[in-house]
Ligand binder design. Structure first.
Ligand code: CA
Length: 222
């Protein structure tokens, strides 16, 4: 169980995220404006903060900035507008650990939450920074992948693609989910970029390891 703070002024989104995290066994607290969120984040011992950008009182950038300048190292996942590349870049530069473009599916946020909690828990140890399925493994800190014990060189996009497969082993991931995770805000939904990159990744990890599920998407074969 982790203690997670959600700073989000849109009640619908806050409650959808809080319910989902509670169902996963976490303890969720919601703050509806920037100042309350900042107070809670500084005063309480949260394991993770999910932070919206557009907030009353103080916006997400100001909250993040004050949090970091007061020495808090709590992992922060920022909720950004899908069409705002600037927001995303600013958020990462202000010390956010990750971002989630809105709108998102809960499963996508949960994958990011799990990854951040795991990295934070085990800072210092490398073993738990490693995602693996069968003979494919990925060290999320050093960004190195190994296949059958052999080191494989991945581009940034290939890394993110393999990461989402490893976070969801055996599950079918749609092209849309893969686009969301890897390309986020700057993709053309009509393009075949996912298929092209799955092709690149197959060449590196073995073509039988990523199965095509006709009409649905792709699945990592554990
Ligand atoms: Ca908002």
């Amino acid at each position: 169980m982790a203690r997670i703070l959600i700073v989000e002024d849109e009640a619908r989104i806050a409650s959808f995220v809080a319910k989902g995290l509670t169902a996963e066994g976490h303890q969720a607290t919601v703050a509806e404006d920037g100042p309350t969120g900042l107070d809670l984040a500084l005063g309480d011992d949260f394991d993770l903060v999910v932070l919206d950008i557009g907030l009353p009182g103080l916006d997400g950038f100001e909250v993040l900035d004050q949090l970091r300048s007061q020495g808090s190292r709590v992992p922060v996942i920022v909720l950004t507008a899908r069409d705002s590349v600037t927001d995303t870049v600013n958020a990462l530069e202000s010390g956010a650990d990750d971002y989630m473009p809105k709108p998102f599916r809960f499963a996508e946020l949960l994958a990011r939450v799990r990854l951040r909690l795991r990295q934070h828990d085990d800072s210092g140890s490398t073993r738990d920074d490693v995602l693996d399925a069968g003979r494919v493994s990925l060290d999320v800190r050093t960004r190195r992948a190994t296949v059958d014990g052999r080191l494989v060189d991945l581009s940034a996009r290939e890394f993110m693609l393999l990461e989402i497969f490893l976070l969801n082993p055996g599950q079918v991931l749609s092209r849309e989910q893969l686009l969301d995770h890897v390309w986020g805000f700057d993709f053309d939904p009509g393009s075949n970029v996912v298929d092209v990159y799955v092709g690149y990744l197959r060449k590196k990890v073995g073509s039988d390891r990523i199965a095509t599920v006709r009409g649905m998407g792709y699945r990592l074969v554990p």
